[in-house]
Design a protein around this ligand. Sequence first.
Ligand code: PEP
Ligand code: MG
Length: 370
Amino acid sequence: DLNKNQSYKQLMTLVDKYKTMGVRTNADTPKDVEQATYFGAEGVGLFRTEHMFYGEGSDKPLFLLRKMIMSDTEQERKSALNELFTFVKRDIKATLEVMKGNPVTIRLLDPPLHEFVPHDKAKLQELSKELGVSMSILNRRILALHENNPMLGHRGVRLGVSYPEITEMQVRAIFEAAGELQKEGVKAFPEIMIPVTCGRHELSHQKAIVDKVYDETLEKLGVKKIPYLYGTMIEIPRAALKADSMAMVADFFSFGTNDLTQMSFGFSRDDIGGFLPKYLDLKLLPGDPFVSIDQSGVGELIKIGVERGRKTKPNLKVGICGEHGGDAESVKFCHSIGMNYVSCSPFRVPIARLAAAQAAIEDKKYVKTS
Ligand code: PEP
Ligand code: MG
């Protein structure tokens, strides 16, 4: 038991005394959150709502999502969405509850929809029966979702714009979960985060939905206020460059350095085992950009994003939630450009805390500012 080890405990007490940046965790399930709290996470920097469509226990939610995308009657789509709402709210409520008022950044649905379509015959048959459409019609609908470059396609905020009802369902789940906890005497602080954005109008489009659902939820639950923040991932180079206007509609930025690295270098993040290791061995580029932030490239973009964002909104909250948030060198870089927090996988939380403290000590700026 790590927390019972005296030396570790002493070290971490010192670390927390010196570090100025917060350290949060990326967590996909309430169980991850508990694990990360044990390692000292001070909040959740990235809760990926899509986790419920993968792996154990995903059959029913996945089926409902498929139904919602592929039904042709409004009524069927609505009823699938309403049922899905129950699953989404349950998970979010459990996560907010574990965090007891510490911030939980909930990212709205990100992956391209075709990732969720069935490929095995039995599942296809089940869906065609449920929707009352022939296999050939169903196959045609699936084909219509096909994209040659799905990671550069219909994902993130683009889904929220095409399917505003999906955004609405998720946001309602967030506000109802937080509002109900408040009524039960449990503090909750959700941060709603929009993925894969590259301009301010996308953010305003989604914010209009958030505002409407917020008012409706206050009325439904009879509460005066539900504290929350609204913000965006910065993971497309254009978003970093347009940070001044993005900040007009965002309370916070979280740099998604997995996608930002992919889109800045043009290297596929899903093919890092291919030609890339040998190519990087040639030392034509500075290190592996998927491990440490490339300070002279992607890092510059991040710096520009932070500076431009804060020029518009001086108190803009800024963090990072890509894999780099758990890399010591990158954590130091994040400190140097004035980020408020880093977020990484649960097991990397102690490393990130240590690196954040080292950065503050080297910088001689270890008086806590927040
Ligand atoms: C990112 O792109 O850095 C990120 C955190 O999001 P995801 O890995 O889910 O695309
Ligand atoms: Mg991403």
